[in-house]
Design a protein around this ligand. Structure first.
Ligand SMILES: Cc1ncc(COP(=O)(O)O)c(C=O)c1O
Length: 388
């Protein structure tokens, strides 16, 4: 049996060049980057070089990038840090979109429980946020607008340039979760009025457990962790130098390979989209047809016309060696219909009968055909089970 991994939006394997870059750091450059002796200074140099590489990839200054434990921490830091810093200026209203990752959505819910006001702006059937709706939600007390760059479940790319400009013209801070986009499509803090953004290494062939937050100079934001003065007092805790080095290497490789891979993914997506729509009954392709990440294909089986169970689909494909997601990786295992798909107007049963294929650099056209053939078998078994 073939093994076909089509869940790269959940996580990617670590690139060999990334693991090589980290190995020596684990054993030889093990010093604490805050120590002033030689071992510490060597580690500090590696840490700062890594920061500089990551900053360069998003057009930032090196002292605007702070390492975190991943995208989740960066999102929590952005929302809670800005909310608490703004409260001191009597501003306590936050605007987010309905399709944000749980790290943003649940941070906003937590802030609501702690006295902040949160407005959740809806999306259209393609998961696009309408900038005029963001504009309409602004109040005197609005301190933050947070809209992700591209959605992890359906791939839609949001009009963050326009939304950021709206925020800037109203003197409101703008945060964007760019976890799914840095290294895949251009992100430049000089072209977009982003004040804070979130990054994660393991979506771009880097290690898990490390990410970063970009904070534009002068942005008022509180720290989440209290302790030592690491990361310029923004993020206490001994720095994870090996992972930072691996993260920087992953970013460097992703920037080099980005354009070629986008073309490769677009071709595979075309093959997949046409087989899905030509060969299956009543399927809906989710996400914007043009404005979307080329490595993601999300498909729903319309519950009005099909009796397809999403979890059984995932399991059936898994038994045939094909790994896909039923929605956001972070909510897999949960039986809840995806908040993204329901926000797009899918009914709960259709949302549950949804699978997300996400391609990676090693994905071939044969893999796509194998996955679609396997899907035929699984859907066929279900139909058989219903009719017998
Ligand atoms: C859009 C988005 N934001 C945030 C996260 C969380 O990142 P991490 O796994 O590094 O905590 C994810 C992970 O799935 C994601 O897709």
């Amino acid at each position: 049996m073939r093994n076909v991994y089509l869940d790269h939006s959940a996580t990617t394997p670590v690139d060999d060049r990334v693991s090589t870059s980290m190995q020596a750091v684990f054993t030889e450059n093990f010093g604490n980057a805050s120590s002033i002796h030689l071992f510490g200074r060597e580690a500090k140099v590696l840490l700062e070089e890594s920061r500089e590489l990551i900053a360069k990839a998003i057009g930032a200054r090196y002292d605007e990038v702070y390492f975190t434990s991943g995208g989740t921490e960066a999102d929590n830091h952005a929302l809670k840090g800005i909310a608490f810093a703004s409260e001191k200026q009597k501003k306590n209203h936050i605007i987010i979109s309905a399709i944000e990752h749980h790290a943003v959505l649940h941070s906003a819910a937590w802030l609501r429980e702690h006295g902040f006001e949160v407005d959740i702006v809806p999306v259209d059937a393609d998961a696009l946020v309408d900038p005029s709706k963001i504009h309409a939600a602004i109040k005197t007390g609005t301190c933050l607008i947070s809209v992700m760059h591209a959605n992890n479940e359906v791939g839609t790319i949001e009009p963050i340039d326009e939304i950021a400009a709206i925020a800037r013209s109203s003197a409101i801070l703008f945060h964007s979760d760019t976890v799914q986009t840095v290294g895949k499509i251009p992100v430049d803090v000089n072209n977009t009025a982003i004040d804070v953004l979130s990054l994660s290494a393991h979506k771009m062939y880097g290690p898990k457990g490390i990410g970063a937050i970009y904070i534009r100079r002068g942005t008022k934001i509180d720290s989440l962790l209290q302790g030592g003065s690491q990361e310029n007092n923004r993020r206490a805790g001994t720095e994870n130098v090996p992972l930072a080095v691996g993260f920087a290497k992953a970013v460097e490789i992703a920037m080099e390979e980005r354009e070629g891979l986008a073309v490769h993914y677009a071709k595979l997506r075309e093959v997949m989209r046409s087989r899905l729509t030509d060969e299956f009954e009543a399927v809906i392709l989710n996400g914007h047809p043009q404005l979307s990440l080329s490595h993601i294909v999300s498909v729903s089986f319309d519950s009005q016309k099909n009796r397809v169970d999403g979890d059984a689909l995932i399991m059936g494909l898994d038994l045939r060696g094909v790994a896909v997601a039923s929605g956001s990786a972070c909510s897999s295992g949960s039986m809840q219909a995806s908040h993204v798909l329901t926000a797009m107007g899918r009914d709960r049963e259709t949302a549950k009968a949804t699978i997300r294929f996400s391609m990676g650099k090693s994905t071939t056209e044969e893999d796509i055909h194998y996955a679609i053939d396997a899907l035929h078998e699984v859907v066929g078994t279900m139909k058989h089970a219903v009719s017998s």
